[in-house]
Design a protein. Structure first.
Length: 124
């Protein structure tokens, strides 16, 4: 089996990249968004079941050479620059999510606003 990577995508939607391998053959590399697990047999899923902001889709066993080509061709996209998509080596969803749990991705909720009383005390 070829070397593979696990790709994590911080988006509800899937994304497909077209890349060419060393022999000139074009491949479609599909990366799952966090909403890919909720599509079941064409059923409509209630909005309460949609993944929240900052949820990652996980795609296992992506050919490492094809992924390197994806990064080479598409790496200038903000999706890559902002860290919303990244490859890792964990083989389980649990391992992949644990790796990301401590990393900021730009989708974290804003810090709560301090109360006016607190600002007034700090100014004194």
């Amino acid at each position: 089996m070829a070397n593979t990577v696990t790709v994590l995508l911080n988006s509800v939607r899937d994304i497909v990249f077209d890349v060419t391998d060393n022999s000139g053959k074009i491949h479609k590399v599909k990366i799952n968004g966090s909403g890919s697990l909720i599509r079941q047999n064409g059923a409509v899923i209630p909005s309460s079941h949609l993944p929240g902001a900052g949820s990652y889709g996980v795609t296992h066993d992506v050919d490492a050479d094809l992924w390197a080509e994806v990064e080479k061709v598409y790496g200038s996209m903000s999706l890559f620059k902002k860290g919303f998509i990244k490859a890792t080596t964990p083989k389980t969803v649990k391992d992949a999510r644990a790796e990301l749990s401590s990393k900021a991705n730009g989708e974290e909720p804003a810090a709560p606003q301090e109360k006016k009383k607190d600002r007034k005390k700090a100014a004194e």
